[in-house]
Write a protein that binds this ligand. Structure first.
Ligand SMILES: [Zn+2]
Ligand SMILES: [Zn+2]
Length: 383
């Protein structure tokens, strides 16, 4: 999964960044790539991932196309560079794709004339892109994309865990049509093009003469039926971009840079396919008093040279509040004293905890009273 679809939601107190695919890395080009480079990269990858080829990958193919749709369009690319997203809604990128332009621009990469090696160019594209040609409807089921978000949390939340609700803007099952792409009240009708069989016979001219082939019906994508009217809300896609509230259980012990996976909380799948997963990566803020290293907590403690020499019990702050720490006589500056089990709960095993390590700094007095000075000089004589 790529990163970088980056948009801060200022309304969100947790400051969520929302990631989707980074279109530049999807195409494997630099951020400064010019149009030619982008086009070249797209052609190469479209070839590689073409779902009709051995080793093709429909999801990748779609991803590559999506990236190309944005980066090849000056306005969308500008928006994307600036805001990390375009504002026509990810789900609509396919719907808005100008099919004829696209086919004429890239038709040559499949050998020109529209058909090559026995497959129908238009059919493949309509399926693979979910492209919305006149009267056709996307039926291929593609799992929803994984989504990555980052969440800023404070030091203690990371240590002890918490539950927070966040909102993210992502592709979800359309709530108007419930994902089936049909306008409410619209009947599901037998596909008029294939009469319900799901496929049609095409006669195709080729250098070898006419070839008759059976291909999947474009109108119903092989389903045999289709809604009479498509859902206006999602343009028949079954999904649309909307805000989603997500309850996030932050596990105790999570550390800066670590992520959790919320299965099935990513983008909705297409046509009933399973949704993607949501990954939440945590940015943990630093604490003024404690420093964390793994499951251990470090804290500095300044003690007087007399306490260091004679030993003393001193109140020390821990993550759980103050406790008594025994300073043994003869404690040296730089020595580390351990408070067992006062560290961070282990991720997934919160009853196990790291330790708090107290780093001792012995302070030597900068000024002495006359009496102190006298006593110390006496001390010096006998030591
Ligand atoms: Zn809908
Ligand atoms: Zn049909």
């Amino acid at each position: 999964m790529g990163l970088a679809f980056h948009a801060s939601h200022s309304s969100n107190p947790l400051c969520i960044d929302y990631f989707m695919s980074d279109y530049y890395s999807v195409l494997g080009v630099s951020k400064n790539a010019d149009k030619d480079e982008i086009k070249k990269a797209f052609r190469k990858l479209a070839h590689k991932y073409h779902p009709d080829k051995d080793g093709g990958d429909e999801a990748k193919f779609k991803e590559v196309n999506e990236a190309y749709q944005v980066l090849s369009d000056d306005k969308k690319r500008q928006q994307y560079d600036r805001f990390g997203q375009t504002f026509d809604g990810a789900g609509q990128q396919y719907a808005n794709m100008n099919w004829d332009d696209f086919a004429s621009q890239f038709g040559d990469m499949f050998g020109g004339g529209g058909g090559v090696g026995g497959f129908d160019f238009g059919d493949i594209f309509a399926q693979a892109f979910g492209g919305q040609r006149a009267g056709s409807r996307r039926q291929s089921s593609v799992r929803g994309q994984d989504v990555e978000m980052s969440m800023n949390i404070d030091f203690r939340t990371a240590v002890f865990g918490d539950e927070k609700t966040v909102s993210a803007n992502m592709l979800q099952t359309c709530d108007v049509c419930d994902g089936d792409g049909a306008e409410p009240g619209s009947k599901i009708i037998t596909c008029p093009e294939c009469k319900g069989s799901g496929h049609v016979i095409h006669d195709q001219r080729s250098i070898l003469g006419m070839i008759r082939q059976q291909v999947t019906c474009r109108t119903c994508k092989g389903q045999g039926n289709k809604p009479e009217r498509f859902c206006k809300s999602c343009h028949g896609q079954g999904r649309r971009v909307a805000d989603k509230k997500i309850k996030v259980k932050i596990p105790a012990g999570i550390d800066d840079g670590q992520a959790i996976k919320l299965s099935g909380q990513g983008e909705a799948g297409m046509n009933g396919a399973s949704p993607g997963d949501l990954f939440i990566r945590f940015n943990v803020s630093k604490d003024k008093e404690f420093e964390r290293q793994g499951y251990d907590i470090y804290k500095s403690l300044h003690i007087s040279f007399t306490d260091a020499a004679l030993g003393e019990t001193i109140r020390v702050n821990t993550l759980d509040g103050p406790v008594d720490l025994k300073i043994p006589p003869g404690t040296q500056s730089g020595q580390i004293l351990k408070l067992k089990g006062k560290g961070v709960p282990h991720l997934g095993a919160p009853n196990r905890r790291g330790d708090q390590l107290v780093m001792i700094h012995v302070d030597v007095p900068k000024r002495l009273s006359r009496k102190q000075k006298k006593l110390l000089e006496e001390f010096k004589k006998i030591s």
